[in-house]
Write a protein that binds this ligand. Sequence first.
Ligand SMILES: [Zn+2]
Length: 388
Amino acid sequence: MANPKCMLCGSDDIQIVKSAVWPIIEMGDVHVNFGVCKVCSHIQQCPPPHLDALSQYYANFSNYTILDANWQPPIKPNKTQQIYLDIAEKYLPTKGQLYEIGASIGLTLHHFKKAGWRVSGCEPSITATKQASDFLSIHVDTGLEENYLPHQANLDLILMSHVLEHVFDPAATVKRINKALKIGGHFLFEVPNAKNPDTLPPGWFAYEHLSYFTKSTLTMMMQQNGFEIITCYEHDTRIIYPVIGMLVRKISEEENHGLGQYPSGHSNLDNMRRYKLHDDKFWQVSHGKIKSQQQPVYIWAAGIHTSQLLGETNTLEGTDILGIIDSDPQKWGKSLDGFSVLSPANFLENYQGEPIIVSSFAGAGSIEQYLLELAISPNTIVKLYSEI
Ligand SMILES: [Zn+2]
């Protein structure tokens, strides 16, 4: 079989830095590989998952809340929305037509609308787009950007928050964005930042993230596709992993004096090799904590963290796992590495005070809170990350 090609530059010279087999709920053992292109330095899943598998993954994990009839949007924007609003305020004094890709229920658009923009967008979840219309009176197209951007033209601003890392052909998406903007129009986006391996959390290589961008690969991609960089920010601690955002401007053919250069050097490769060592250590520490219980345990949460935990360590061989529990009804009864996922009620029927492993990084605090509310003794709640 031919080597997979780099998503950005088309080279087949990709150095794999991590390979694993993760048992994912309802999907069985899934092989994943992550690598760095030796030509353009782009970090990527290589090969990316098949579209059908990725769609199944999203279907298993999608979790759009059905809003209560009396739901009101928050009066204040959240931190991320405020950053987008501040950048627009500073660099784009003339408010025009904004289109958001991956608009969810339209909350960010709602705040831009209040600030004076004309807004619309697209979003794959029909639950979300219906709520945007019902609760916020904002029209959001149901589907992917590739279906809707070609019908847009002369937009003043396109916003895309944590979407570019999910697409199969990011350069093609950026080309469509460029085409839908007017000359001088802007594209504002944010993605996870692969810059600093020391600040990346456990399990940062994710099944649904096909690309892992840095400032240099983003700059290259933007310059190669008709944009100039207006401003860039990097925040390491606002959410659970570092992020990078950019505002870029569509330039005319006359202004475009040549293509962006591929980043030189091997810093991305070095960084990803270093991160892999960190990540291996995270899983080994977690495995050690589970083994040190020296008795049968439950695992709480059937998400990707548990898939990684079971795939990255031989936890199953050394420990008697009594069950895997999740509070999301979508997951109850589904299969994860041979276990049928239990509901909290199912679990409580047989529970006799055994240790419960909190298997999540991002959601550890809320799981702990939930367990305490179920009157689980704090002594039996095993947190994996308290000492890292
Ligand atoms: Zn490449």
